[in-house]
Every structure is written in structure tokens, then in C-alpha cells.
Design a protein around this ligand. Structure first.
Ligand SMILES: O=P(O)(O)OC[C@H]1O[C@@H](O)[C@H](O)[C@@H](O)[C@@H]1O
Length: 255
């Protein structure tokens, strides 16, 4: 068994009530890209309301022989074990101390997915992936096989994004299935646009035997490894090397 991982972005936008979905696999980052990412992340986390001191608290769910682990930090499900197999993957270099978002499991990108852009009605200059992954969520209820977590604005979010909202994330485990549901409420008087993406890390047993099917064909993609835009010609993706090519439409809600 050799563990590999790929991300799958389940992405939706709500700018014009349209939705966009994108699937994007990736593997190991090159050193220079990783360094650049680290610097951007450090700038982003400076000034954030601190996470609780490590070790971060976790919520453990159980249903029969299945189990799941959730970090209220980022409302991130980091483990889902069924029949002895953990379907989720946490990157070996992931930080689990609140110093940066958790790179693993089912992290949330909200209220933005793509990088800062003056073309983007939803996010403007907001940091790529938004701020929901950077914050400790409230645990509204937890026990046995389900948990409900919420996130509301604070000084940190208002400093970047002056919108009023309430996010409610419900995680439910049964012996056969893990279900997650995110509800986004606008609690203020003004309309706003946003994007939400589950930046999922799945564990796979054999990357050479893995393909990802989705509505990729004909989509403009930004190939971040090659540093160029292109059009995806395939409907089913095999992973032959480092892959980081999100669909362009998923990254920006046009103004
Ligand atoms: O924030 P994380 O979980 O470390 O994920 C980072 C990845 O996020 C993706 O959205 C980007 O396309 C990648 O370039 C980047 O490496």
C-alpha cells in the first residue's frame, strides 16, 4: 500500500445564483512553489485571532465501527474511517497547531476560492481560499455521531470583509456514510457574493489506478505547474505527475 493524495474541489458560487463545479487533482509541490506559498500564508495569518494553544481540540464521532475526527479550527474533518480504512488524507507537512490552515481532510475555502483579483465580485483582495479555514469555529452541539459547528463575523473577518453572515456546518456519521452540509446565511441587510469550495484530500491506494471523472472537457484551466492557461480536453483525468490545474471559471465571479 502506498498512500497518495489528490484534492477534489467541490465548488459552488452564488454570485448570480449560478453554480460552478470543478475537480482538480494535485500531488507534491516543488520546493520553490512551496516556499512562495509559505510566504503568502505567513502574510495572511499575521494578525489573525489566535487559535487555542496546541494541541488543538478535536471532536470524535463514532457510529458502529466507523469513526470521524473534526477540528473546530477551520471546521475541518481530518479523518473518516470505515472498515478500517481512512478515506481522508492529511499531508505529512500539515500544521495541526493553528499556525496555518490544516492541509488535509475536508477543508473549507470560504468566502473565496481563487486568488485575490480585482475582477472578482465575491472577494476582491481577499486571500486565496478565504478565511474560514483560519478560524476556530463554535461548536454548537456535538455528541455520538454528529456535530454542528458555526462561524460568525468577528473583528478579524470584518477587517477583511465587512459582511454579516452565519455559517452552519453539520457533520453526520452513520456506519455506512459520512455526510456534511454547509449552510450560509446572510444576517445583514445587504446582498453579497461568495464562493465555497470543499478542498478535499482523499487517500488513494494506487495513484496509477486512479482516475477522476467530472465536467472538465472544454473548460479553461490554469495549469499552475506549467504556469500557463489551457483548455482541458479530457473528461476523465489520470494522474501522471504533479497536477495543479483549477478551472479558471471556478476562481473568479465576474464583476
Ligand atoms: O492550502 P492547502 O491545503 O495547503 O492547499 C494548497 C493548494 O491549494 C490549491 O487550491 C492550489 O491550486 C494549489 O496551488 C495549492 O498548493
Amino acid at each position: 500500500f502506498s498512500p497518495h493524495t489528490f484534492h477534489i474541489h467541490h465548488l459552488s458560487t452564488s454570485a448570480s445564483r449560478s453554480t460552478a463545479k470543478g475537480l482538480r487533482p494535485t500531488s507534491v509541490l516543488s520546493a520553490s512553489r512551496s516556499t512562495a506559498k509559505g510566504l503568502r500564508r505567513a502574510a495572511w495569518t499575521a494578525g489573525r485571532t489566535p487559535a487555542p494553544p496546541p494541541p488543538l481540540p478535536t471532536i470524535n464521532l463514532a457510529a458502529g465501527t466507523s469513526s470521524a475526527t473534526i477540528y473546530p479550527f477551520g471546521a475541518c474533518v481530518t479523518s473518516y474511517v470505515r472498515d478500517g480504512f481512512d478515506y481522508l488524507f492529511v499531508r505529512p507537512d500539515a500544521k495541526l497547531d493553528g499556525s496555518k490552515p490544516i492541509s488535509g481532510g475536508l477543508p473549507f475555502c470560504w468566502p473565496a476560492f481563487g486568488p485575490p483579483s480585482d475582477q472578482n465580485a465575491a472577494v476582491g483582495e481577499l486571500q486565496q481560499h478565504g478565511f474560514a479555514r483560519n478560524l476556530e469555529w463554535e461548536v454548537e452541539s456535538s455528541g455520538g455521531s454528529s456535530a454542528v459547528l458555526t462561524l460568525a463575523p468577528n473583528e478579524y473577518t470584518r477587517g477583511m470583509w465587512d459582511k454579516e453572515f452565519k455559517l452552519t456546518y453539520t457533520v453526520t456519521l452513520t456506519e455506512e456514510k459520512l455526510s456534511t452540509s454547509l449552510s450560509v446565511a446572510n444576517t445583514g441587510p445587504d446582498a453579497w457574493s461568495h464562493q465555497g469550495a470543499l478542498h478535499s484530500y482523499f487517500r488513494v491506494g494506487d495513484i496509477d489506478a486512479t482516475t477522476v471523472r467530472g465536467s472538465f472537457e472544454g473548460k479553461d484551466v490554469l495549469d499552475k505547474v506549467k504556469g500557463e492557461r489551457g483548455v482541458e480536453g479530457r473528461a476523465e483525468l489520470a494522474i501522471a505527475g504533479e497536477t495543479d490545474a483549477p478551472p479558471v471559471a471556478a476562481m473568479v465571479i465576474p464583476r
